[in-house]
Design a protein. Sequence first.
Length: 381
Amino acid sequence: MRPLEGRKLWFVGIGGAGMSALALVARAWGAEVGGSDRARSSYVERLEAAGIPVAVGHDAGNVPEAAEVVVSSAIGADNPELAHSRARGARTRMRGELLAELVALRPSVVVAGAHGKTTTAGMIAFCLDRLGRDPTFLIGGEIPQLGGNARAGEGWLVAEGDESDRSLELLRPQVAVLTNVELDHHATFGSEAEVRELFDRWLAGAPAAVRGDQLEPLPLELAVPGEHNRRNAAAALAALELTGVEREQAERVLPEFRGAGRRFEARGEAAGVRLYDDYGHHPSEIAVTCSRERGISPTSLERLSPLPTRWRLWTSTPLARSRSRGWTASWSSTRSRPRGPACPSRGRPLSRKPHAFSHGGPVAATSSSRSGPATSSGRGA
C-alpha cells in the first residue's frame, strides 16, 4: 500500500514551487490531490499534466468535502477556502507540517540555510539519480536534468527546509545540511543570532549534520561556475557520503550538474545584450549574481570603477523590500547615476514596477517569484 493511500488533500496556493512539489509526491504516494491558485504558472501546467486538477482563483466552493486542506505560508487567514474549511471543522495544515510527514516516511536529507538551498538539494538529488539510487525529491526550483522540481522514487528523500516561518524545526531528517547563515526574513527574526539559534537547534536534533559554511570549496571543475557553487558542491558531497554514496562515485557525476532553473539562467540575447534570469533577491545573492559574470569576488563590487560597457540590474518586487532597496541604491550609486527611474535612496516614491539600473554588460533579471511569468499566491512556498 502506498504511504498516503486513501487520503484526500486540497492545496491552497498549489502553484508555488514547494506546494506543487508536495502535491506531485502526495499523488504519487496514493493521495487524491487537487488545489487552487490565483493564476496559472508553469508549475500549474505540470500539475495538470500529472492529472492533478487545479482551480484558478480562490473560492469556498472549490474545496471538496472531506478533504484535508494544506495551506501555503503565503495564504492569509481571510482566504475564502481556508476560512470555509476552518468554519466546517475540516483539518487544515500548513505546508511545513505535510512536508514533515513526508520526511518522516523515508530516509531523508533536508537542506537549509540562507542561500544555496535549491542548488545544493538539486546537486544531491541529481547525483543520487545518476547513480541509480532512485531518489524522491521536493525542491524549490526546476532541475531541468531531473525533469522538474519533484519526483517520487524508492530511495532517499531530498528536500529543502524553510526557516522563514520556522517550519524547519518540524523536519527530522537523517541528514541535516546547513549551507550558510545570514539574516533574511526580518518579519520572523530580530537578529542573525536568532536565526543561528534556530539552525543550531535543528542540526543538534539530527543523527548526522553537515555545516557547509565550515567546508572548503570543492576543488572540482563544475558545470555551474562560481565559488559559491563550489561551496554548495562541498556540502552536497558531504551529505551524499552520509547517505552511503562513495565519494569517488559522487565526484564523478557531480560535475555534470548544470544547475537549477532561474539561477543565473541564460534566457537569450538581443541587440548585443545577454539576458539572464536569476531568482536571487537577498542583497548577498544579488552581489553574487552581478559578480559571477565578471569573475570577481562579491565583496569587491564597491571598489570597482565604472566599466566601459553597459550593465543593468533589473529588479521587480524585491526592490520594494528594504533589504534589496537599500543595497540596490548603494550599488547603483557606486557605479554611476541610475538611468530611468530615480534611485530610491533619494527619497522619491518607490514604485513596485520593475526598475533598471544601467551599468555595463549583460542584464541580470531578479524576481521574488519562483514560478514563471504568471506568479502564484503560493510563491516561494
